[in-house]
Write a protein that binds this ligand. Structure first.
Ligand code: 9GP
Length: 817
């Protein structure tokens, strides 16, 4: 690699324009005059890639040849968001780009707008992975993100005329995709099925079929670090494209069967898994990307070596298992070491144990994957054997530690008919972490208690974070400028704790007014955006009150909508005089899993409440509800900076962390929230007086469950709650049809697992406090500014530093010369 040069010196705008022109002409075959903004976008992206190339190669060279251990972040999701602006920012090319595009006669925004957002994730988990790889590169730590290049990302959400969610496929690759480089020369073979036989006293897996995993490489430029890491997403291709003999018999569909079967593996993010076929496809996906990634790492770190010394693997790379999806990597590495490289069990176990760590992102038992053993046996027979053996070893170890038989049974990784992936990950790796203090504590106390009792040192916490580059600098340029003005430096972009320096400015009315003006201008921008994109008429002189996140019962969108209905009823009935009402615009954003019935019904309800409220002259100008469809990273970047009040109202003990809460606080929104997930730490940092807390604590929730929770009692006792639920039941939001929401109403009154009704009173009671403060704009903004100043801890750079120190035990590459 001696031909590698140091990263290129900064390009001028003229050179950048020339590079775009050349790319347009020689690769895309259009002149500047013929080019559309979409053509220019592709050419600009290619030019950016060229500028990153030397740094990328240098980073790989230093990683492979140096002594700094790399990080392999194994994740089924990477929700990257749009790339161009982010890459320009991190590479320090924004100004040249802006000038170049203008000199070519194009409008900057038009060009950026043609970029299509890849939706390779569901929500927080995938976006966190994207923030983390941004931070790893920005800190100069050598790393790979390893995942799947799904052909179809998360579905596109639309609403039909009844307000119901309709899912349509998101074929993002139908658009020109200039960022990913498909590297057929570095593909890996991944095999499935078949049987295990004994040959010469050894176990040999004879798979039944194989696919080709082709890497698609995305460059991940660090902010101002000069380092560029790799996001390697695997795409599945058939080993044999199609069967010519079959084709020539005119059996055209049969001839392409192998191709279809192979390509199905990377076709869609989270295939529906209520059927056996669906489950199998998910397991195929997981094994596919993990097996390819492990082999890839060995290829990268031991180039050209046929007999590498893999006992050094844990010094070269540490793998982070992002939730249970990549946990099949543990038996796979064991298999690779034993079957492919001839290591004995104990050596293989020691390497594997040191190489993996596991992050758990949930407290919901149903989100901890459990695979039927027969499915693993059919698809990965050798792995099932290895898992059984791991389990035997585990049981023996527990016995030796004096753990009782009943507990050992409770802790089984392999139960005889199923495999518990979270347990396998906890035992098989060095560390387990939760994603917020409270969450990590609950993992130790409840979810993985037995494991924490036996292996207390494995457990640690790393509170989540978000990248300030995308979520402040790019999303909120006005606030970024004001922060830089207030601090006298822009170093906060790589050291977010510097925001603390803004705190004294909260006493400076002039500065607070400027801060308020930023929010107001962002609200006007968002109103224009919402008009353009959705046809909504938002009034920026009302409070923008936002609740955006996946739709799930535990997150309690139902609480928000019931409180909103109660307020609507109060205004209608005259209980609340229209003059006393502080005007609010409530904005929801949420996708529901396609098979999640009650969540989808809640979406329908929100849409119909919006329809009724927005068309009712009695509440005009006082209460409006909007539900922009297809919430994604782009919409988040527009909406978060424009929000006054953010809702984080999950039932205490259910949200592992949340990361939206951090993005809102950093963008100067106030939060109304429960003591759940990272809300707890946000409140601690910004100060209890600057956070609207309500609702039951984890202990109170547990007690209420234990005492026997009956939601009807709350319905009977609170006339406003009763009125709201009755309105849903009596057809007010369904054109008189009482059946429409009957299942939802019945669930609220008879089950209400997440105790929406029990928290209703506290939630509505805190609204007067919120409104009293909002009525004093200077005081509201002072508090919002204090939120910004104290949220620097929630940078993903800090999260990564914690991972480096507590789990990965590695650091940045040596500084570039
Ligand atoms: O539900 C959690 C969310 O609270 C957290 O912020 C996010 C990132 O850590 O992960 C989510 N978990 C999942 O999506 C599935 O476990």
């Amino acid at each position: 690699m001696s031909e590698i040069t140091a990263p290129k010196s900064p390009v001028t705008a003229e050179q950048f324009a020339d590079e775009i022109r050349e790319q347009l002409k020689y690769a895309q075959g259009v002149t500047v005059e013929q080019a559309t903004p979409a053509d220019v976008y592709v050419a600009a992206a290619v030019a950016v890639r060229h500028h990153l190339m030397d740094s990328w190669m240098q980073t790989q060279h230093d990683m492979v040849n140096g002594t700094t251990k790399a990080v392999g972040y194994l994740s089924a999701e990477f929700l990257m968001g749009k790339q161009l602006r982010n890459a320009l920012l991190n590479a320090g090319l924004t100004e040249q780009y802006n000038a170049a595009i203008e000199s070519l006669g194009f409008n900057l925004q038009d060009v950026v707008d043609t970029e299509y957002e890849p939706g390779l994730g569901n929500g927080g988990l995938g976006r966190l992975a994207a923030c983390f790889i941004d931070s790893l590169a920005s800190l100069g730590v050598p790393a790979f993100g390893y995942g799947i290049q799904y052909k179809y990302g998360i579905f596109k959400q639309e609403f039909d005329k009844d307000g119901k969610q309709v899912e349509t496929p998101d074929y993002w690759l139908a658009n020109e995709e200039p960022w990913g480089h498909i590297d057929y020369n570095r593909s890996q073979k991944v095999s499935f099925g078949g049987k295990v036989v004994k040959e010469g006293g050894k176990k040999v897996w004879k798979p039944a079929w194989s696919v080709r995993a082709v890497p698609v490489d995305y460059m991940v430029p660090g902010y101002a670090s000069g380092r560029v890491n790799t996001l390697r997403l695997w795409s599945a291709k058939a080993e044999d494209e199609f069967d010519l003999l079959t084709f020539n018999r005119s059996e055209y569909l049969s001839a392409v069967k192998p191709q279809v079967k192979a390509e199905n593996i990377s076709k869609i993010l989270y295939p529906e898994d209520s059927t056996k076929e669906g489950k199998q496809l998910r397991l195929e996906q997981q094994y596919f990307f993990v097996s390819a990634s492990l082999h890839d790492a060995i290829r990268v770190f031991y180039p050209g070596e046929s007999k590498p010394d893999l006992t050094t693997l844990p010094d070269k790379i540490v793998f982070q298992l992002n939730d249970t999806h990549p946990v099949i990597g543990i038996p796979e590495l064991m298999r690779i070491l034993i079957d492919e490289y001839g290591y004995d069990w104990d050596t293989a176990w020691s390497i594997t144990n040191k190489t993996f760590n596991y992050t758990c992102h949930t407290l919901l038992p149903e989100a901890l994957e459990v695979w039927p053993a027969d499915l693993i046996g059919e698809l990965l027979p050798r792995h099932l054997e290895i898992i059984e053996k791991i389990n035997e070893q585990f049981e023996a170890e527990l016995k030796a530690k004096g753990v009782g038989a009943v507990t050992i049974k409770d802790m089984a990784i392999y139960t005889g008919d199923s495999v518990r992936m979270a347990y396998l990950a906890t035992y098989g790796g060095s560390h387990v972490n939760g994603v917020a203090e409270l969450h990590s504590q609950l993992l130790k106390d409840v979810t993985l208690k037995n494991f924490s009792d036996v292996y207390p040192d494995k457990f640690t916490n790393v509170t989540n974070g978000v990248t300030p580059r995308r979520f402040i600098k790019l999303a909120n340029p006005r606030l970024s400028d004001l922060i830089t003005e207030g601090l006298g430096t822009d170093k906060w972009l790589s050291d977010l704790e510097l925001l603390k320096g803004l705190e004294p400015l909260a006493a400076d009315d002039e500065f607070v007014r400027k801060f308020a003006a930023v929010k107001q201008a962002n609200k006007v921008d968002f109103a224009n955006y919402a008009k353009r994109e959705y046809g909504f008429d938002l009034d920026p002189d009302t409070m923008f009150n936002t609740m955006v996140k996946r739709l799930h019962e535990y997150k309690r969108q139902a609480l928000k909508i019931l409180a909103l209905i109660a307020r609507y009823a109060d205004i209608k009935s005259g209980k609340l005089s229209a003059d006393d009402v502080m005007p609010r615009t409530v904005i929801f954003g949420a996708k529901a899993a396609p098979g999640y019935y009650l969540a989808k019904m809640t979406i329908q309800l929100i849409n119909n409440v919006a329809r009724v409220v927005n068309n009712d002259p009695d509440v005009k100008g006082k209460l409006n509800v909007y539900f922009p469809w297809n919430y994604n990273v782009r919409l988040a970047q527009h909406l978060i900076p424009a929000t006054d009040l953010d809702e984080q109202i999950s039932q205490a003990g259910k949200e592992a962390s949340g990361t939206g809460n951090m993005k809102f606080a950093l963008n100067g929104a106030m939060t109304v929230g429960t003591l759940d997930g990272a809300n707890v730490e946000i409140r601690e940092r910004v100060g209890a007086e600057n956070f609207f807390l309500f609702g039951m604590t984890v202990d109170e929730v547990d007690k209420l469950y234990a005492d026997g929770y009956g939601p009807r009692k709350y319905y009977e006792a609170d006339p406003r709650l009763k009125a709201a639920i009755d309105m849903v039941a009596d057809g007010t939001f369904s054109n008189g049809n009482k059946d429409t929401y009957a299942p939802l109403v019945s669930d609220w009154l008879s089950k209400d697992w997440f105790m929406t009704l029990a928290d209703f009173h506290a939630y509505t009671a805190i609204q007067s406090e919120i409104e009293a403060l909002y009525a004093q704009p200077l005081e509201w903004n002072r508090k919002a500014l204090i939120n910004v100043a104290n949220s620097g801890y929630f940078s993903s750079d800090r999260s990564i530093s914690d991972y480096l120190e507590r789990i990965w035990h590695t650091g940045p590459l040596p500084a570039l010369a």
